[in-house]
Design a protein around this ligand. Structure first.
Ligand SMILES: C[S@@+](CC[C@H](N)C(=O)[O-])C[C@H]1O[C@@H](n2cnc3c(N)ncnc32)[C@H](O)[C@@H]1O
Length: 231
């Protein structure tokens, strides 16, 4: 049970997180602490509607342990943390994988998480997801919800989905960004046609930006040696 003291801390952190989200999303800019440069976060960052969708899925799934591939400016991570805080679970944790946070994003994603007061909830893994995810499988890690928004090359998204399928709990949700991109749609299509995943929701703000909410099966489907459905 959450104590009144920790409930009020959660409330304070929630307000702080929301004010960072509102400020950064409405300015569309972040000021890097390292060199004071002012940087445009869009179009790389997810937009407000997608952030809200992410947050709402985290809450709906009662997620406690979440994983994200591709931190960038931290907008998805801030919304996921908002969802975790709203669920009020003391042991909530979010893992973000991104090898380019320092080199390409001046650590601004981590900076905003710190400003929001949620850095203690977040573990950053500065490796390619295609290297980190199989290790997480061998370490027996488990997650309740995943957000895939790293490399958009077919082979990398494919590997991300395959390993996340093993890391996310049975009948868990994997939220895939940029479903309009042929490489992402093709990788998702393999999972839908061959692994028994379901397309729970497909949302689009316009023809340039769609995302897919995927649900993994309760048990891996049984596949015989020659099983293959073209995708
Ligand atoms: C479109 S941005 C992510 C946007 C972010 N999720 C958000 O909420 O705004 C793509 C991110 O993927 C990261 N990335 C690229 N290749 C990657 C890889 N192999 N493994 C993990 N992250 C990768 C990039 O550094 C970049 O931060």
């Amino acid at each position: 049970m959450t104590s009144p003291k920790s409930a009020s801390n959660i409330d304070e952190t929630l307000q702080r997180t929301r004010s960072v989200i509102d400020r950064v999303v409405s300015d569309g800019k972040v000021i890097a602490r390292s060199d004071k440069s002012v940087i445009d976060i869009f179009p790389v960052a997810i937009n407000a509607a997608q952030g809200k969708a992410l947050r709402d899925w985290v809450i709906k799934e009662k997620a406690v342990h979440t994983i994200e591939i591709g931190l960038a400016w931290g907008i998805g991570a801030l919304h996921i943390c908002e969802g975790l805080l709203m669920s009020g679970k003391d042991n909530a944790r979010h893992i973000v994988i991104d090898p380019f946070q320092a080199a390409s994003f001046k650590n601004c994603g981590l900076q905003l998480l710190e400003e929001a007061g949620v850095a203690h909830l977040v573990e950053h893994c500065a490796e390619e997801s295609q290297i980190a995810l199989p290790r997480f499988v061998s370490e027996g890690r488990q997650f309740d919800f995943a957000f895939v928004d790293g490399s958009h090359l077919f082979d990398r998204v494919f590997l991300d989905l395959i390993y996340l399928g093993r890391l996310v709990r049975p009948e868990g949700v994997i939220f895939a960004d940029d479903y309009q991109a042929p490489a992402v749609a093709k990788a998702v299509s393999f999972c839908l046609n061959n692994l028994g995943w379901k397309l729970e929701e497909k949302l689009s703000l316009d023809e340039h930006h769609q995302w897919a909410v995927l649900r993994t099966p309760l048990k891996p489907i049984s596949r015989s040696y020659p099983h293959f459905v073209d995708f």
